[in-house]
Design a protein around this ligand. Structure first.
Ligand SMILES: Nc1nc2c(ncn2[C@@H]2O[C@H](COP(=O)(O)OP(=O)(O)OP(=O)(O)O)[C@@H](O)[C@H]2O)c(=O)[nH]1
Ligand SMILES: [Mg+2]
Length: 313
């Protein structure tokens, strides 16, 4: 008797949602079988995310020190990616990752796709809000609001953080390679995030059933922020491909590990007595879960009820 959990990607256009999903998918292969858990993608999911990853890896063919054009086509509507998790060869849960076209968060409430999006969001136990880090660090406040839309994110989260279940909100910062190269840059990134995302953070801090974690990642690795340019009065971020660096996503396993650990622990909490009886109580599940969560990097800043991501032995 397995359960289904929803992981929802949110964030405006071109912040890097699909790129993050494709690079997380690659990481899945590395933790494919760990502590007797097996993680696997549905056939179509695997094919689609692998194609996206191949496209991203072609960044290497681009001439160095040229400004980078978008590598992936924008997503249309809502795309579903299905995964499964087994524990000792028995299906433990189904995971539905929903990727959305960023444009969706800003359409009228009467739009059919928007309604489906809102419904999925209200079911989600894990919400991954992707944030453009280059704009956070180098853009004006005005550009930040325009690209990352914190007020809109807050409004969408209010009904989604309903009390029917617990929620993990991952704030994943992309396009921040430049600031992750030293400790000072990382500290400035965190400080800026706290300032500019305050209204969303406050929302989480008030709720006993929600916890937020902020995770900066490198999804490309070889592309770095260069400068801001004015293009007919519009601010624009220019990225350059670095000659001495490879396409090498880094830290993208962390949002994945946080998400998987969360759904597995929620699953464990929600197990009914009848199910324990029926399947036989397996004390090694807790032990395996404990091992699995140890692989998370615990240095990320958290907001709200951090007990929700703790698992007692
Ligand atoms: N430098 C840098 N560029 C990135 C990063 N992540 C994404 N990009 C760039 O941003 C572009 C847009 O990324 P997508 O993943 O397609 O963005 P999205 O959020 O899925 O966009 P929509 O589907 O339109 O909502 C990519 O093609 C990359 O060129 C990152 O971590 N660093
Ligand atoms: Mg996309």
């Amino acid at each position: 008797m397995s359960a289904e959990f929803t992981v929802m990607m949110i964030g405006p256009e071109a912040v890097g949602k699909t790129t993050l999903l494709a690079t997380m998918y690659k990481e899945l292969a590395k933790i494919e079988s760990y502590a007797r858990f097996t993680f696997y993608a549905d056939n179509d999911t695997g094919v689609n995310l692998d194609n996206a990853y191949q496209k991203l890896s072609r960044i290497i063919d681009q001439p160095v020190f040229t400004s980078i054009k978008p590598l992936l086509e924008g997503t249309r509507g809502i795309i579903y990616h299905r995964f499964g998790i087994n524990f000792k060869d028995t299906k433990e849960l189904d995971l539905l990752f929903c990727d959305i076209a960023g444009g969706l968060i800003n359409v009228s409430a009467s739009d059919q796709d928007f309604r489906v999006f809102q419904q999925q969001l209200s079911r989600a136990s894990v919400i991954i809000n992707v944030i453009d880090g280059a704009v956070l660090m180098a853009g004006s406040d005005l550009l930040f609001d325009k690209i990352n839309k914190p007020s809109r994110i807050k409004d969408l989260l209010i009904p989604a953080l309903n009390h029917k279940q617990n929620h993990l909100i991952l704030f994943v910062i992309t396009k921040c390679e430049t600031w992750l190269n030293n400790n000072d840059g990382r500290a400035r990134l965190m400080k800026k995030f706290d300032e500019r995302f305050k209204e969303v953070i406050n929302l989480i801090q008030d709720r006993p059933n929600a916890v937020g974690v902020v995770i900066p990642v490198k999804t490309l690795g070889c592309v770095e922020f260069s400068r801001m340019e004015k293009d007919g009065g519009e601010e624009k971020v220019i990225f350059l491909r670095r000659a001495n660096k490879k396409f090498e996503p880094e830290f993208t396993d962390q949002p994945l590990r946080y998400a998987l650990a969360f759904v597995l622990s929620e699953r464990d909490k929600n197990r009914g007595w009848w199910e324990k009886l029926f399947r036989g109580w397996d004390p090694s599940f807790k032990e395996s879960l404990f091992q699995f969560i140890q692989e998370r990097d615990a240095t990320f800043k958290t907001y709200g009820n951090f007990q929700l991501i703790r698992i007692a032995r």
